[in-house]
Structures are given as structure tokens and as C-alpha cells.
Design a protein around this ligand. Structure first.
Ligand code: PA5
Length: 441
């Protein structure tokens, strides 16, 4: 399914970069499989494509159908790991223009992923007088952004449909036993889905967190799980031929040889939010203890005309990982009899040929400029191939974290701003911090 080309990192790192890490990779793979490495309590994602809760999966499919019937809009409320996976897959497989399309599935609007008043007002006006449902996703139930958004949209639903009607339109994805949202959902009788205890937010796209919104968009979530299961099977085979081992070793070797940024590039605009998901996955997993590659992303060819200069000639601190998909359709460039722009040397050629040559040209130019290149070649975009790629990146991320010597499954740094914000907002219990912070501002 996935082809990894590492030929364009040669010369930047020692040739034996995989073999020299074989023992560490072996150990990392064993720790992931046995759930006994640092953060092992959060490695439930490793066998998730095989061991997922089938009963809940059927409920997700049923709830998605119900939402499709009852509403023209689904508002998905969540942030970080409770948001990015769903949006990544919806945009990747149903298009960034999904809401603009003529379709028999609801529009999907994302809320609670920021604190912008204008964005909130726009979301409300986009709903207009259409019927809508809400999927609120929060493991803790106390994250400020989604909690505030849920308060607003719950009130709107209750005003529009009454308490009883609102209850039928609210779907809560949260902890199975604890937390503010869990208590509220139990009390109000919302349909509930579970964020598993052993799966952290950034690894949760293949749980109800991602699957419910993805299914509402009409995407085949069974195929998504099947693709992930295929990857799980193939990548669990130990050895230096395993592409996950190779990619993890390459990343680590490049990091140790001075590269500090991994730039994820794709020539498909629908990949933009997948890259956002990837950035959280790698940034939160590796960026700690003063270590870690900084994950960044670019959309080609558009960004060649903005970021291209820096990539070619700026600080030599990055390597590039390009994800290429085989196109699903084809378009042949027409002939212009006047040939005013001298472009007729391309007429009769498919656009994908131009894209392919552009990609090859960019790879060579960047490598010549000191930017090593990793190429990941995928078949056509489908739920199956997307599921495979999700698991591939997750698994490589787990291996990479262990190679780096960090716990890839915690995120202690995310708390710092939250404590300050709670204090400044006057949340009870944070009074001492509030005066200290106010004095410093
Ligand atoms: O990956 C993570 O753990 C975070 O991005 C969380 O998902 C995010 O902070 C949202 O947390 P919660 O689901 O508790 O609202």
C-alpha cells in the first residue's frame, strides 16, 4: 500500500542509519506491542484497528445515519486531539469544499477549537435556520474552548427544539466514567460515545472521537479501520525492511545530524488538515525535554511560491517528507491554436504529468540545496489508504519517541497556559496565581 523512498537522504546521514538503530528499534517495537514503555498506559491505539469496540462501532454508524436524517448541519465541538483527526479525514476524503458540495449528508461545522467571537458568530450564521445536531467531544469536559462552545450551542438547541428535542440532537464523546461532560451527558440523557482511557487525544482519530463526524460525512469508516488494520499487520513485523522502522530511523538520524525541522509536504490541497493532525501527533509526542523535530507543513505547489525561497536557501535546518497520492481522475491540457503563452509543448499531456515532473524537479532542487527528502508514495486516496496512512504515522511516531528517549504519550507542556488562563479568568481555586500573573502583565 505504502512505498517509502529514502534514496534522497543518502549523503546527509551515515549509510548504516537503520542498522545502527536496529536494537533500539527492536526495543521500541516491543515496548509498543507490550504496552510497557514510557507512557505505555496510552498505547491502546497499537491494536485498536483489531480490538476496537464493535458494539460501539455499530452505534456510531447508527448515530451517523440518525444525524444525517435529523439535521442539515452537524456542529462538531472539540479542540486538539478531540478535533483535528475528524477534520483531517473529512477534508482528506470528502474535500475541504465538502460543505459547498451538493450532497445528501449534513454540512459539518467545527466549533470550540478557538476563542474567536467572530468565528463563532459566523458558525451560527452559517447554520441559519437549518436543523442542526451537535457532537461535543471532550475527554476531560473541562477544556475551556469546547466547554464554552458547548454551553452556547446547547442553549441554542434548547431554545430551538426544547430540552427534550435538544437531547435527541446532542451526542457526547467523552470519558467512560469521569469528568464534567460525562456527568452532564448522564444527567441529561445524551447518547454517549467513549474516548478510551488508553488512547490519548492525538491518537484518537480511529475511536468515536474521529469516527462519528467522519461517518456523518458519508465516509466508509469500516474501510478506514480496515486500512489501519492492514498497516497494523504489516508494520508489526520486526526488521530493517519494515518501512516504519526505516522512516523512524531516518528521522532520528537526520535529527542527530543537525536537522531540526521536518516539513511535511503534499501536492493535494485536501491534505492541509491531515498535516495539521500530523503536526499535533508529532509535536506533542516528541517536543519535550528540550528535544524533538519541529513539525511543519507546506502545500505544494502553492507554497513553492511563498515558502520555496526559504526552503531552498534559508537556514539548513530542515528535511522534507513528501506524501504523494496517485490521482483519482485525469485532465488533459488543451491545445491553444494561438499558442500565445508558448504552452503548447504541454498540450495533450495530463495535468498529473505536469505535477509529477514538478515534484521531481522540487525534490532534486531541495536536495541540492541541502534539504534531504523522504518520499511516501500512496495509491489513490480512499478510506482504505487513509486508514493505512493514519496508522503508519501513528506507529512511526511511537517508535520515534522511544528512539529519541522521551515519553511520546504525555503532554505536560500543554498545561502551562491552561493554568494561567484559568487564573486570569478568575476560576475558583486559582486566586493566588491570578494576583501573581496580573502583577507581571
Ligand atoms: O492530545 C491531547 O490530549 C489534547 O490535544 C486534547 O485532546 C485537547 O486538549 C482536548 O482535551 P479534551 O478532550 O479533554 O477536551
Amino acid at each position: 500500500m505504502l512505498k517509502l523512498d529514502l534514496s534522497k537522504i543518502a549523503g546527509f546521514i551515515p549509510q548504516d542509519y537503520v542498522d545502527s538503530r536496529k536494537a533500539n528499534l527492536e526495543q521500541a517495537a516491543q515496548m509498543l506491542a507490550a504496552h510497557n514503555g514510557p507512557g505505555g498506559d496510552y498505547t491502546g491505539w497499537v491494536y485498536l484497528p483489531r480490538d476496537y469496540d464493535k458494539e460501539e462501532f455499530a452505534r456510531i454508524q447508527a448515530a451517523a445515519k440518525r444525524i444525517q436524517q435529523q439535521s442539515q448541519v452537524l456542529v462538531v465541538i472539540g479542540i486538539g486531539g478531540s478535533y483535528l483527526g475528524a477534520r483531517a479525514v473529512v477534508e482528506l476524503l470528502a474535500s475541504p469544499n465538502y460543505n459547498l458540495k451538493k450532497k445528501d449528508t449534513p454540512d459539518i461545522l467545527f466549533a470550540g477549537n478557538g476563542l474567536s467571537t467572530d468565528a463563532l458568530l459566523e458558525t451560527i450564521s452559517l447554520i441559519g435556520d437549518r436543523d442542526f445536531s451537535v457532537n461535543v467531544i471532550s475527554k476531560s469536559g473541562t477544556t475551556t474552548e469546547p466547554a464554552v462552545a458547548f454551553c452556547i450551542f446547547k442553549t441554542m438547541l434548547e431554545e430551538k427544539y426544547g430540552k427534550e428535542g435538544a437531547r435527541e440532537r446532542i451526542y457526547a464523546t467523552t470519558d467512560k466514567a469521569r469528568g464534567a461532560l460525562k456527568g452532564l451527558a448522564d444527567g441529561e440523557g445524551y447518547e454517549e460515545f467513549v474516548v478510551p482511557d488508553d488512547v490519548g487525544g492525538r491518537y484518537s482519530v480511529l475511536t468515536a472521537v474521529g469516527l462519528l463526524p467522519i461517518a456523518v460525512a458519508g465516509i466508509d469508516i469500516q474501510a478506514l479501520m480496515d486500512g489501519a488494520a492492514q498497516a497494523m499487520e504489516q508494520l508489526s513485523v520486526p526488521g530493517v525492511d519494515n518501512p516504519a522502522w526505516q522512516y523512524a530511523a531516518a528521522r532520528h538520524a537526520l535529527y542527530e545530524n543537525g536537522k531540526k525541522v521536518e516539513l511535511l509536504a503534499c501536492y493535494e490541497p485536501c491534505f492541509r488538515f491531515f498535516a495539521e493532525w500530523w503536526k499535533q501527533l508529532y509535536g506533542e509526542s516528541e517536543g519535550k525535554d528540550g528535544k524533538g523535530l519541529f513539525p511543519a507543513s507546506v502545500e505544494y505547489t502553492a507554497d513553492l511560491h511563498s515558502m520555496g525561497q526559504y526552503i531552498q536557501e534559508g537556514e539548513r535546518l530542515m528535511f522534507e517528507t513528501v506524501v504523494q497520492f496517485r490521482p483519482k481522475g485525469e485532465y488533459v491540457i488543451p491545445n491553444d491554436p494561438a499558442n500565445v503563452d508558448g504552452l503548447n509543448f504541454l498540450s495533450g499531456k495530463p495535468l498529473s504529468f505536469v505535477a509529477q515532473q514538478a515534484m521531481r524537479a522540487v525534490i532534486l532542487a531541495h536536495v541540492d540545496g541541502g534539504v534531504p527528502n523522504v518520499l511516501i508514495q500512496m495509491p489513490q486516496l480512499s478510506a482504505l489508504s487513509a486508514g493505512y496512512l493514519i496508522y503508519f504515522f501513528e506507529y512511526v511516531c511511537g517508535l520515534s519517541g522511544y528512539l529519541l528517549g522521551v515519553n511520546p504519550f504525555n503532554q505536560p507542556g500543554v498545561e502551562a497556559y491552561k493554568v494561567n488562563m484559568y487564573a486570569l479568568l478568575g476560576k475558583p481555586g486559582y486566586e493566588a496565581q491570578k494576583s501573581e500573573l496580573e502583577a507581571r502583565l
